[in-house]
Design a protein around this ligand. Structure first.
Ligand code: 3PY
Ligand code: MG
Length: 276
């Protein structure tokens, strides 16, 4: 497994990178399908799913050789959760609900080997079960991406201190938790939430850090707006939204076609099927 992480380089250069999310579960076909679509990175969500370290590994194997870089959103800002997911081969960690600089420092320390951090050395999947121990140990700190999620009012008010933490490669806004923390649950387009996002984008600009956003329901307009707003680390949708949208749309198309053919009488699908 190569340790050179082009996504961390892009984060540091603040280049536009598109990813997506897997949340349904630890089924490698999901990773294969999304990776085949060509996303630069895929976030495997261990926070809001039943995907554990073993499930992450199955998904990362599904991506392997298909070009997408496996990121993991860990279940919480926990040193062992970060260590185990990196040992399983995550090349980036996304840490949910970070509200203070101290919490950001804790996340970075968990993701870095000494002397920068407290990550423990071992043989595991990330270093080819020990075969590439030296190469991985020497290069991991420069290649593992650490992305902090900003998704609360408290985090917005501490944004400058959080961005000053060495090793935070970028931040990622969780719009739904953000809306909840302002008492506007689900109103992700509310002016107050847009203003909070603007504060984060402006701070990232001042600190030369990448800023990301999860477009849970992406549309051509929302993607264009997100780019115009200055976001570069952009998550397009999530597996369950894709499935919801595509399956509803296909059924709606089928029903519309059926009603058209029924109204044309003899070409009704039922008659065709029955060979009448
Ligand atoms: C949120 O909207 O809170 C998220 O975490 C989306 O990924
Ligand atoms: Mg969230």
């Amino acid at each position: 497994m190569s340790i050179t992480n082009k996504i961390r380089k892009s984060l540091l250069r603040r280049e536009v990178i598109f990813g997506s999310w897997i949340q349904i579960g630890p089924y490698p076909a999901l990773a294969e399908i999304l990776a085949n679509a060509g996303y630069d990175w895929i976030g495997i969500d261990c926070e809001h799913s039943d995907i554990d370290v073993e499930g992450f590994t199955s998904l990362a194997r599904g991506m392997y050789g298909r070009g997408a870089i496996p990121f993991a959103r860990v279940r919480e800002n926990d040193t062992l959760a970060i260590r185990q997911i990196l040992d399983a081969g995550a090349q980036g960690v996304i840490i949910p609900l970070v509200n203070t600089a101290a919490e950001a420092r804790k996340a970075v320390a968990a993701a870095k080997y000494p002397p920068q951090g407290v990550r423990g050395f071992c043989f595991s999947r990330m270093n080819n079960y020990g075969l590439n121990f030296d190469e991985y140990a020497q290069n991991a700190n420069d290649n593992i991406a650490v992305v902090i999620m900003i998704e609360s009012k408290e985090a917005v008010s501490n944004i400058d201190e959080i961005l000053e933490v060495d090793g935070v490669d970028g931040v990622f806004i969780g719009p739904y938790d953000m809306s909840g923390s302002y008492g506007l649950v689900g109103q992700i387009d509310h002016e107050v939430i847009r203003d909070a996002c603007r504060v984060v984008v402006d701070a990232c600009d001042r600190h030369h850090k990448s800023v990301g956003l999860h477009l849970v329901h992406p549309t051509p307009e929302s993607i264009a707006q997100t780019l115009a707003d200055g976001f570069t680390f952009i998550a397009i949708g999530v597996d369950m939204v894709f499935l919801n949208q595509a399956s509803s749309l296909a059924l709606a198309d089928a029903k519309a076609a059926a009603s058209r053919s029924v109204s044309h009488g003899s070409n009704s699908p039922l008659k065709t099927l029955q060979g009448v």
